[in-house]
Design a protein around this ligand. Structure first.
Ligand code: 3PG
Length: 275
């Protein structure tokens, strides 16, 4: 599976700090039902590997990775538990090399150009920008990507509903990571409904779909919407029941500029155009 491609389409990587593996399946369901079948389960709790195992067993189609992987031992445990990607706060060459040997996607944290160059030397082109807000935010990430056009980022740290859209709109961002949908409080209260609601909201904020006009086109009523990343819109709206006509996709410089979707059930045609 193209893990980077999947992460990019999903666009959001929820960072999970979970003590109780018995709750793992419910959390996986809440995230998936909210539209984000993905989680970075951090090794900040002693039972992280069990959480990963329970999630992957309950939802095999979900992308479950491990976070806060600080050494090769943890990477081994995470992969054995079923993690399909490994994330770390900093760049540990041993962890990167081990994951590459195992053919497992690894996204190490980089906070400055020196880290990025080290990651490139290790053969990577996607890194985590961490801690994103504290290390200079979007402007730092943009400045850092100028000399390295081949590098893409997963900003994490301080991302919330307030800045998610700005980060996600930048074309060098593979996905945004954050714990804001899986707050500690929700897990303590086992409030998985809130997790699902915040996840849905996060997806909508990221996609930023806006109504442009309603018009007649070839005798049909068509709703024209604009959105920021049509690849992500196609992924998320398809999960909500919209079918896309792949022959209608218009590309410009490899970016999708326009696509038409429809639902037979409600007889609605929606055209998405790039913002
Ligand atoms: C991480 O582990 O990536 C960060 O702690 C997540 O940062 P956040 O809690 O600010 O989203």
């Amino acid at each position: 599976m193209d893990i980077y491609g999947e992460i990019e389409k999903i666009g959001i990587v929820p960072v999970v700090v979970m003590d109780e593996p018995d709750d793992a399946a419910q959390l996986a369901k809440a995230l998936s039902d909210g539209g984000v079948p993905c989680a970075e389960v951090t090794f900040r709790t002693p039972r992280a590997a069990e959480v990963i195992k329970k999630m992957t067993e309950a939802y095999p189609e979900m992308l479950v990775g491990a976070g806060t992987v600080l050494n090769v031992e943890q990477a081994k445990k995470a992969i054995a538990a079923g993690a399909t990607f490994i994330v770390s706060p900093g760049l540990n060459p041993e962890v990167v090399t081990y994951c590459k040997e195992q053919n497992v996607v690894v996204i190490p944290g980089c906070a400055n150009p020196t880290n990025v160059e080290e990651a490139m030397r290790l053969g990577l082109d996607v890194v985590k920008f961490f801690p994103a807000e504290q290390a200079g935010g979007l402007s730092m990430m943009k400045a850092m990507s100028a000399p390295y056009p081949g590098i893409r980022f997963m900003p994490t740290g301080g991302i919330s509903e307030k800045n998610l859209f700005d980060y996600a709109s930048y074309n060098k961002v593979v996905a945004c990571g954050g714990s804001f949908m899986v707050k500690k409080d929700f897990l303590e209260k086992k409030d998985f409904f809130q997790v699902m609601e915040l996840t849905k909201k996060a997806v909508d904020i990221m996609l930023n779909v806006k109504l442009v006009e309603i018009k007649k086109f070839d005798g049909e009523n068509r709703i024209v919407m604009s959105a920021n990343n049509l690849k992500r819109v196609m992924y998320h709206w398809a999960k909500r029941g919209l079918e896309f006509d792949v022959d209608s996709i218009v590309y410009q410089k490899d970016q999708i500029q326009s696509v038409v979707g429809y639902t037979l059930e409600h007889d609605v045609t929606i055209q998405f155009i790039a913002q």
